[in-house]
Write a protein that binds this ligand. Structure first.
Ligand code: ADP
Ligand code: MG
Length: 396
């Protein structure tokens, strides 16, 4: 689960990490009041969307003005004017894709006098099963680009969970960022606080880009991006409250209600498959025959007809879907359950696109019989290859 920058900063603040003062606002009228509570004279108006690259982003609508999603205001009036321009408009960044994201919240933050910008992130390194730090003197910019063109400028290390964080980790970060004296001390203290927050909140990733030094010699987290491990969310009701459903894909929200493993994609062939491996193979073969999947969907092993119906509905309501491929290998899952679920869903929402069904395994004959007697316009397929070719042909 992802959260907004202002929410991430509130968590970091709770753990004692240095972040600037700021206030989230939902309406442009609130912007001036928020700015008045800040020291000034520079205010930063920041679009709150679940995507990075806001500073270099561009708004789609002219009314949103010519600047990006992070703007420096030199007066309270200017902060309010920026808020008016940005709210309700669609911001496109390298991370949002072409469609962009509507800006519904802003964060009005105290402007910092930046001396240097650094990069610091923490994540779970699956290879070592440890929390890893990634730090670089090249902050504020695209870290992927730094990793690509100047990999020597990125320092990574991981923390042994048996010892936990040790003072040498803090010194390592300070060295990597070429900080000395009091700033090195501040870096050590910051690393301790970030590590404590990361562990306590079951984070999956914490990215501070940029981490800055100010002209008056202070270290500060100027941006914060946090995501949490979904499997640990049950331990954190306080985090669940931070979820912003308007940032999430509606189809994915619906799927999560039925405990379906569903991920929305850009293509136009809807897939309903059981088993993650088979789902991946199905997506691969669709691509092999020249089309693109509209989703990843694993209905799971013991799905009920109700769950299958829900899954099929999620696929059919997607306007991008021009054809549907059902590919089921019945093991624990029975083919007749799939057939019944599909028929139920079509009764409820109709079927306006070609449907190719490939069934194999437990109760396959019964499943095929149910489908063929249903009067549905189903294109039956014998195997995975046949199924993929038929659905690609049916939509082209
Ligand atoms: P994003 O990563 O989405 O572009 P950031 O929060 O990193 O958004 O902001 C982009 C840039 O804007 C930063 O690298 C920094 O130079 C500047 N900036 C952000 N917040 C502030 C602030 N409070 N004071 C001064 N400059 C800021
Ligand atoms: Mg940033």
């Amino acid at each position: 689960m992802n959260i907004h920058e202002y929410q991430a900063k509130a968590i970091l603040r709770d753990f004692g990490a240095p972040v600037a003062a700021g206030f989230p606002v939902l309406k442009a009228e609130e912007a001036a009041a928020a700015a008045k509570q800040l020291p000034g004279p520079v205010y930063v108006v920041k679009a709150q969307i679940h995507a990075g690259g806001r500073g270099k982003g561009k708004f789609k609508e002219e009314a949103a003005g010519p600047q990006g999603g992070v703007r420096i205001a030199k007066s309270i009036e200017e902060a309010e004017a920026f808020a008016r321009q940005m709210l309700g408009h669609t911001l496109v960044t390298i991370q949002t894709g072409e469609t962009g994201k509507q800006v519904n919240r802003l964060y009005i933050e105290d402007g910092a006098a930046i001396d240097k910008e650094f990069y610091l992130s923490m994540l779970i390194d699956r290879a070592t099963s440890r929390i890893a730090f990634v730090v670089s003197t090249e902050g504020g910019m695209d870290i992927e680009e730094v990793a690509h063109s100047t990999p020597e400028k990125i320092v990574t290390f991981s923390v042994d969970p048996a010892t936990g964080l040790m003072p040498h980790h803090g010194r390592h970060v300070a060295d990597a960022l070429k900080l000395a004296g009091d700033l090195a001390k501040q870096a050590g203290a910051l690393v301790e606080k970030l590590y404590a927050a990361f562990v306590a909140k079951d984070m999956e990733m914490l990215e501070i880009n940029p981490l800055i030094t100010t002209k008056d010699g202070k270290l500060r987290c100027l941006d914060a991006k946090v995501s949490f491990e979904n499997n640990a969310l049950y331990r954190h009701p306080e985090l669940m409250e931070l979820r912003d459903l308007s940032e999430e894909d509606e189809k994915e929200i619906e799927a999560s209600k039925y405990d379906l493993a569903y991920i929305s994609l850009d293509g136009n062939i809807g897939c309903m498959v059981n088993g993650a491996g088979l789902a991946m193979a199905t997506m691969d073969i669709i691509k092999l025959y020249g089309a693109f999947p509209a989703n990843f969907l694993d209905v799971g092993g013991g799905a009920t007809a109700e769950k299958v119906t829900a899954a099929f509905k999620i696929i059919t309501v997607d306007p991008n879907v021009k054809g549907i491929l059902v590919n089921i290998f019945g093991g624990i899952m029975r083919c007749d359950t799939i057939a019944e679920g599909v028929i139920q869903a079509v009764k409820e929402v109709g079927l306006k696109v070609p449907l190719v069904v490939r069934l194999e395994g437990t109760n396959v004959d019964l499943g095929k019989k149910i489908l063929s007697e249903s009067g549905l316009n189903v294109i039956p397929a014998d195997d995975l290859d046949d199924a993929a070719q038929k659905i690609v042909k049916a939509i082209s």
